[in-house]
Design a protein around this ligand. Structure first.
Ligand SMILES: CC(C)(COP(=O)(O)OP(=O)(O)OC[C@H]1O[C@@H](n2cnc3c(N)ncnc32)[C@H](O)[C@@H]1OP(=O)(O)O)[C@@H](O)C(=O)NCCC(=O)NCCS
Length: 184
């Protein structure tokens, strides 16, 4: 039956990967609009039903084009993954913020547009971010993920991350547990 209806979603992903050029590079100001769009779609997709609706829409609303322009200009390290010339994902990275962990680097965020998830781009973006941290002389890295974000937990576990610490983040009085994964 599948042959009559066209490729399965995974096959479509493989097709994208083999026919379009994939590029991972540092973001510049011109990427701000595309990153804001990825951010909105990815966050609403990943956190609807986990983070309370009002808190989530407020967080997404704050991160418009101007916010991203500012972040890129402030030399925040932002990487984008581009496929066929379109920005479909981003990662932000820098120094580890958690004093109790000895790793020096951190990936603060790593997000892909929902239709580009599950075809290997996240793994590529992660390894580019890891290289970038190492190139800045930062030894080891940390990533935090909400415990309810099961896709993220299996993604980071699959990439060899060790889950070493827990924390809590409060969104509009709803406390959610988060997990720290580390790579040495
Ligand atoms: C999490 C995310 C970055 C992973 O990137 P991705 O490109 O989708 O993942 P990949 O295709 O590189 O897959 C790598 C591994 O992750 C795991 N994985 C990816 N997507 C998954 C899913 N939907 N469900 C379960 N496991 C998944 C698998 O173990 C996979 O290994 P496999 O290919 O051997 O099966 C991406 O799906 C995403 O942006 N999700 C929404 C936002 C988010 O949760 N970001 C992380 C916040 S901390």
């Amino acid at each position: 039956m599948r042959g009559l209806r066209g490729p399965a979603p995974g096959d479509y992903g493989k097709q994208i990967m083999t026919t379009l050029a994939i590029d991972i590079r540092r973001a510049d100001g011109r990427d701000a609009e595309a990153i804001a769009d990825v951010h909105q779609q990815a966050w609403l997709g990943a956190y609807a039903g986990i983070i309370p609706h009002r808190a989530l829409t407020r967080m997404v609303g704050r991160r418009g084009i101007q916010w991203w322009k500012g972040a890129i200009q402030r030399a925040a390290n932002v990487l984008v993954v581009e496929i066929g010339g379109d920005v479909v994902g981003y990662a932000t990275l820098g120094r580890n913020r958690a004093r109790q962990l000895s790793q020096q680097g951190e990936i603060y965020e790593l997000y892909l547009k929902p239709e580009y998830q599950g075809i290997g781009l996240g793994s590529r973006l992660f390894s580019a971010a890891r290289k970038q941290l190492a190139a800045h002389g930062l030894d080891g890295l940390v990533v935090w993920a909400l415990e309810d974000n099961v896709n993220a937990l299996s993604f980071y576990t699959g990439l060899g991350g060790r889950d070493v610490a827990e924390g809590v983040e409060v969104f509009d009085s709803k406390a959610l547990r988060k997990v720290a994964f580390v790579w040495s």
